[in-house]
Design a binder for this molecule. Structure first.
Ligand SMILES: NCCCN[C@H]1CC[C@H](NCCCN)CC1
Length: 288
């Protein structure tokens, strides 16, 4: 009954709105306000502290890209760590990779996990994979305790730098990710919008260039229900075997992707295209 408008100091002067049919859940976890509502045209919607996290209609774009951009860029991912991602969508996508043997996940807010399982079964299906080990806790602490060189890939599926995810955008966290990755290992992080946050992106790119001595690239994709309609990703690799993010070496095997339904968004061409940047962004990102 009415409209939800996504207002935030992170995108002043603008607000994407969705027509609300019914509020399905309202709660307050130890970390944030949690709302689920049935929208008129985007399916169910998950909102944390007033910020849209995912909608059933377009979550495929974000979950598929944040997962397959890194995992299709290395030949044989076996051990994967997901920081955040409590809705389970990234787990659903990692599970498509037959080479993966272990998927660790560290999500700080149990309410997000429980709410996703209750209202977003096609997203939370990722939790059903036997390779998944879920830890409810702080990703910063998890990585501090992780053994050096333990993972082939780390995916940081975070909310934004205002709220519980703030530290996931800071230098010490990137350093702990680099330490937990094997030589030639890869990390993919949620890296905001090049229309809205070139300053945040500039800082992230500078930190990543200092810390990751392999490749450092920024990719972006279309997600209609994120502010400015796009979201970006930092793709970095540690020193060691070369990683060319722009040319996927490890295509998703069609048969292994049947388990959780077909890929709706990701494909090899859109993988390479994701790294093509508008000039105003290229200037900043490639000069750092
Ligand atoms: N697994 C889905 C989690 C989604 N992560 C984030 C949710 C907040 C969203 N704000 C975008 C703000 C403008 N860049 C970015 C993705």
């Amino acid at each position: 009954p009415g409209w939800f408008s996504e207002m935030s100091p992170m995108w002043p002067g603008e607000a994407h709105s969705l027509k609300v049919e019914k509020v399905l859940f309202q709660g307050k976890s130890d970390y944030q306000d949690v709302i689920v509502f049935q929208s008129a045209t985007y399916g169910k919607v998950l909102v944390l502290d007033g910020v849209i996290q995912l909608t059933e209609r377009d979550e495929c774009a974000y979950q598929e890209m944040i997962t397959h951009l890194p995992l299709c860029s290395i030949p044989n991912p076996k051990k994967v760590l997901v920081i955040g991602g409590g809705d389970g969508g990234v787990l659903r996508e990692v599970a498509r990779h037959a080479s993966v043997e272990q998927i660790d996940m560290c999500e700080i807010d149990k309410m997000v996990v429980d709410v996703s399982k209750q209202f977003f079964p096609n997203v939370a299906i990722g939790y059903e994979d036997p390779r998944v080990n879920l830890v409810i806790g702080d990703g910063v602490a998890f990585l501090k305790n992780a053994a050096e060189g333990s993972y082939d890939a780390v995916i940081v599926d975070s909310s934004d730098p205002i709220g519980p995810a703030k530290e996931l955008f800071e230098k010490p966290f990137f350093q702990s990710v680099a330490r937990a990755l094997r030589p030639g290992g890869v990390v993919c992080t949620q890296a905001e919008s090049l229309w809205l946050h070139m300053d945040i992106i500039e800082d992230i790119v500078s930190n990543c260039r200092e810390i990751f001595k392999g490749s450092v690239n920024y990719a972006w994709t279309s997600v209609p229900t994120y502010p400015s309609g796009v979201i970006g990703f930092m793709l970095c690799s540690t020193e060691g075997p070369d990683v060319d993010f722009k040319h996927p070496v490890n295509p998703i095997d069609e048969s292994s992707s049947k388990s959780n339904g077909p890929l709706k968004f990701y494909n090899a061409e859109i993988h390479s295209a994701a790294f093509c940047l508008p000039s105003f962004a290229k200037k900043v990102i490639e000069s750092k």
